[in-house]
Design a binder for this molecule. Sequence first.
Ligand code: FES
Length: 105
Amino acid sequence: MNDTPWTDVIGADELPTDDVIGVLVAGRDIALYTAGDAVYATDNICTHGHARLCDGFLDGHEIECPLHQGKFDVRDGTPTCAPVTEGLRSYPVKIENMRVMLQLD
Ligand code: FES
């Protein structure tokens, strides 16, 4: 069982529809993605360079980095298109009482 505490991030009504936003929480830059009814979270900084993925383009479950167009699967941070080769850290997400909660550690 995962005992990591859940961190309240934003209201569920602040999430975009089928898009990405960046949030700063507990000193970390996190990207939140929505794809249909699902919500995913990863680190917001690309593993290839210093670009914020929340400034990129979300297509389904794939985020395209705004700087060199590398891509990641937002469900688990797996790189899916060059030049990125290193995955993003991803975080468990749940919606509770209309709040978006993350397990950050
Ligand atoms: S900084 Fe993201 S692909 Fe280069």
